[in-house]
Design a protein around this ligand. Structure first.
Ligand code: ADP
Length: 281
């Protein structure tokens, strides 16, 4: 399949306009969780499969090149599909070059450090792709909505996050952040499935219901985080995630385009090595 059919026309994520932009309030309603007129699953899946093959080839040269790290952040409400997109899209990568980190409630030790301490420790080294299942953004989302820290503490964090991410970017960490956006109805269906399906019961947590009850407060917290922390060096993308096939396609395409934008090359063999290996057959 040519890249023309791998890149379906018009089906492409655009970064959130950051603050300072006059684009107004970011739309995070039910409509934004769907992509109107998206192709059918039967059209999307083969295109996604091609993107995943391309991603795998790009990771090979990315790893060999070794000059950049890639950090992919996944945020989303409960049951938005963070695990699913990591399994499907990041599953295209050779696991040797990938590092997945999940962020749950901080431990007692982590709480005694600054909030970025546990995050910085697992930022991928160059040549490696780091995948975050939740992230330092919980410190302006869960912490804000559940009132786990005073407002002046979490408010100061937007600038702190931007400065941290800028420092990483200046050190050749390429950062891409995806908000998996599901509608309230879709979340209800997913949570219901967790209740009904014995193989999914283990995923159901009462905390998820508490967070669902705070739907609007989370929407506001996401809106502010995405608008204040979508920067040139670390953009946020709102990924319409009510349909898994659309979500997977969009994330895979954005990652292919990100890696393709880098001047990646396979290192040339050293002349001395080639000379020493001259008689090898
Ligand atoms: P998941 O729900 O992603 O499968 P876990 O149940 O292990 O994973 O943990 C996620 C929970 O941890 C979420 O409710 C999230 O809000 C919470 N959490 C993550 N980071 C923080 C943080 N810095 N402060 C408070 N809560 C956090």
């Amino acid at each position: 399949m040519s890249s023309a059919s791998m890149f379906l026309e018009g089906l492409r994520l655009e970064p959130v306009h950051g603050s300072g932009d006059a684009s107004g309030r970011l739309a995070l309603g039910g409509k934004a969780a769907r992509w109107e007129d998206a192709p059918s699953k039967s059209a999307l899946e083969p295109a996604t499969a091609q993107l995943l093959e391309r991603l795998s080839a790009l990771q090979d040269v990315f790893h060999a090149d070794g000059r950049y790290a890639l950090l992919i952040v996944f945020q989303g409400r409960d049951a938005a599909g963070k695990d699913g997109v990591i399994r499907t899209v990041c599953g295209a990568f050779n696991p040797t070059g990938v590092q997945v980190s999940a962020f749950g409630p901080p431990t007692a030790l982590e709480l005694r450090h600054d909030f970025l301490w546990r995050v910085h420790e697992v930022v991928p080294p160059r040549g490696v792709i780091g995948v975050f299942n939740r992230s330092h953004y919980e410190d302006v989302l869960a912490v804000r909505v559940r009132g786990l820290a005073p407002e002046d503490v979490w408010r100061a964090r937007y600038d702190q996050i931007n400065a941290f991410e800028q420092m990483l970017a200046e050190n050749r960490v390429i950062i891409r952040k995806c908000f998996l956006h599901v509608s309230r109805d879709e979340q209800r269906e997913q949570l219901q499935e967790r209740l009904d399906d014995p193989t999914k019961n283990w995923k159901f947590r009462l905390d998820d219901l508490e967070d669902r009850a705070r739907w609007d407060a989370y929407t506001e917290a996401y809106r502010e985080a995405l608008q204040r922390c979508s920067t040139e060096w670390a953009p946020w993308y709102v990924v319409p995630s009510d349909r898994k096939s659309v979500r997977n396609y969009l994330v895979a395409r954005m990652l292919v385009e990100t890696l393709e934008s880098l001047p990646l090359t396979y290192p040339k063999m050293d002349d001395a090595v080639r000379e020493a290996a001259r008689d090898f057959k």
